[in-house]
Design a protein around this ligand. Structure first.
Ligand SMILES: C[C@@H](O)[C@H](NC(=O)OP(=O)(O)OC[C@H]1O[C@@H](n2cnc3c(N)ncnc32)[C@H](O)[C@@H]1O)C(=O)O
Ligand SMILES: [Fe+2]
Length: 530
């Protein structure tokens, strides 16, 4: 590996203009945050702030340093606010040319992850990246940071900030909401999880309209939104078989979110990591460090081809600097002991020809939210399994229902994720087509929730805990989007599998094309939003 010496990194995707020098460790770090006089971040004003503070920030980061030791200039290439990115890009290019050193274009999201891994010393975590503009659950697989799930509308931080503004609180709202929440008694707010994806706009509008004392609304907001984030992180852990969780991004500064994630990891036997506060939100050190790693891996860019990318996705980056884990990470998925399988939210125990599925209480969840979710999901599951069967979708037969448990027929076979052939995925597409045709949305359509029945090879759909009735193209689209995401995050040949699914889906559902078009739209929407 070539010795890369010192790297200067510049961050300025949104609110913080920050520069750092990284050698073997962080040598210097200096930031000039932009705080809007009123309202939220205005892209042009933020970029003007960055332009006027650039000289000072770079000078302070380089104070007392020998600039001849600098072997590369790294900058945040995206995602972020276009005008801010361009200001930073221009400064980085000029410095690279003036010092005659390589230029490294860093993906901001990947940099959040890399500084977390570096600081915490974790190896292969499931990452909850919760910041202003982004909320994603990421995991490394086959040379990329795959997006297991993400927000379908706005980022958690922006959602907190907008709610705060509507109540007359200053920007950014996160820290003040945290303070108020600690004195409140949580109100009930809408909880929206779709497979491993999340949506925050429902909770935001309900919170804005809520007439309860502000402390109680803030507490309800945190309890609900954070429980959603922890749930999808747990789901990603169960699905991927990884055993480390890393929290990064500005919202990671919140101690309640840390506490909840810590409790979830504790219950699952996973290890929880979170970097120091100065490295958790936007900072120049994360760009300098990632720049150094990328330079060592040979990932530099020529100045003439270094345009910024406001929509740069975490999974657009080919990660040359990490060893591929090789096999799909299923070895440790779903702990199975004494005939019991433990998924993300329930324990399934085999009892002869039946299984008992019992939803577990989660310590990280506020008790009334916990009770509400367990009861709602158990009831919904029993009702929707029967409906789906009537539509010709193979499901287990339900034999009994209690407040937190279902007794169902035991289906023997493997999860679809272990038998990802085009034929099986085509059959899955046909099954989902029938389900949607009958007006049912599965709500958690992953390859772990389809069993390929031993002997007949028939695809059987399980886990209807998040299912609901809807004939909307949007809901159907999200269902299929979730399925495609699990293919993408786990199967290298996902293109072919996707085609097989579409073929099956078209075979049984006449609105298939409309839905598949919407899936493309939903995918594009997940890209950086302003
Ligand atoms: C693309 C890039 O520009 C963007 N960066 C970004 O959003 O800044 P970051 O520093 O990672 O996060 C800022 C967010 O973090 C929230 N935040 C800060 N302290 C918080 C706290 N104690 N509780 C909750 N939220 C907090 C703020 O309210 C704000 O929304 C991103 O990573 O998405
Ligand atoms: Fe960020």
């Amino acid at each position: 590996m070539p010795e890369s010496g010192q790297i200067l990194g510049i961050e300025g995707t949104a609110w913080n203009l920050s520069a750092a020098l990284f050698g073997e460790d962080v040598i210097s770090l200096f930031s000039r945050p932009y705080s809007p006089p009123s309202g939220g971040i205005h892209p042009r004003e933020a970029s003007q702030h960055h332009a006027s503070a650039m000289k000072e920030v770079i000078e302070k980061a380089l104070l007392g340093q020998d600039i001849h030791k600098i072997k590369g200039i790294a900058f945040s290439r995206g995602p972020g606010l276009g005008p801010c990115l361009r200001t930073v890009g221009t400064a980085a290019r000029s410095l690279a040319l003036a010092l005659d050193v390589p230029l490294i274009g860093v993906n901001h999201c990947v940099a959040h992850v890399e500084i977390g891994r570096w600081q915490c010393g974790c190896d292969d975590p499931v990452v909850l990246y919760a910041s202003g503009a982004n909320t994603q659950v990421l995991g490394f697989l086959k040379s990329r940071y795959r997006i297991f799930g993400e927000t379908l509308d706005i980022g958690l931080g922006n959602c907190l900030d907008k709610f705060a503004r509507s109540k007359g609180m200053p920007h950014p709202g996160g820290p003040l909401i945290e303070k108020l929440a600690s004195e409140g008694d949580p109100v009930e707010l809408p909880y929206t999880v779709k497979g491993m994806d999340l949506a925050f706009s429902g909770i935001m509008s309900a919170a804005k309209d809520c007439k309860a004392p502000l402390e109680d609304v803030c507490a309800g907001f945190q309890e609900t939104a954070f429980a959603m984030c922890v749930e999808v992180t747990e789901r990603a852990l169960a699905h991927s078989g990884k055993d480390e969780v890393l929290l990064v991004g500005g919202v990671g500064a919140n101690s309640r979110l840390r506490e909840m994630l810590g409790e979830m990891c504790d219950e699952r036997g996973a290890t929880f990591y979170v970097p120091e506060k100065k490295y958790i939100g936007d900072n120049g050190a994360m760009i300098a460090l990632t720049g150094k790693i990328m330079l060592e891996a040979g990932q530099t860019i020529p100045v003439f081809d270094s345009a910024v990318n406001p929509g740069y996705r975490s999974d657009d980056v080919e990660v040359f600097w990490r060893n591929d884990t090789g096999d799909l990470p299923y070895a440790r998925a779903n702990l199975i002991e004494n005939g019991q399988a433990r998924g993300a939210e329930a324990v399934v125990t085999t009892l002869g020809d039946n299984v008992v599925k019992k939803r577990l209480s989660k310590r990280y969840r506020n008790p009334s939210l916990d009770k509400r979710l367990i009861a709602e999901r158990t009831r919904a599951e029993a009702r929707l399994i029967s409906m789906a069967r009537r539509c010709g979708v193979p499901t287990p037969i339900v034999r009994d229902v209690t407040a937190d448990s279902l007794v169902m027929e035991n289906i023997s076979g493997n999860m679809l994720k272990l038998e990802l052939t085009c034929g099986n995925v085509l059959a899955a597409g046909e099954m989902v087509g029938r389900l949607h045709c009958g007006g049912i949305i599965h709500g958690d359509l992953t390859t772990s929730n389809i069993i390929v029945r031993e002997g007949s090879g028939q695809c059987v759909l399980i886990d209807f805990g998040l299912s609901y009735i809807s004939s909307e193209i949007e809901s159907r689209g999200v269902d299929v989007h979730v399925f495609f995401q699990t293919l993408e995050s786990t199967a290298p040949d996902h293109g072919k599998l996707r085609d097989s699914f579409c073929e099956g889906y078209r075979n049984t559902f006449e609105c298939a094309d409309q839905v598949l078009e919407r899936v493309e739209e939903i995918r594009a929407r997940g890209r950086y939003l302003h």
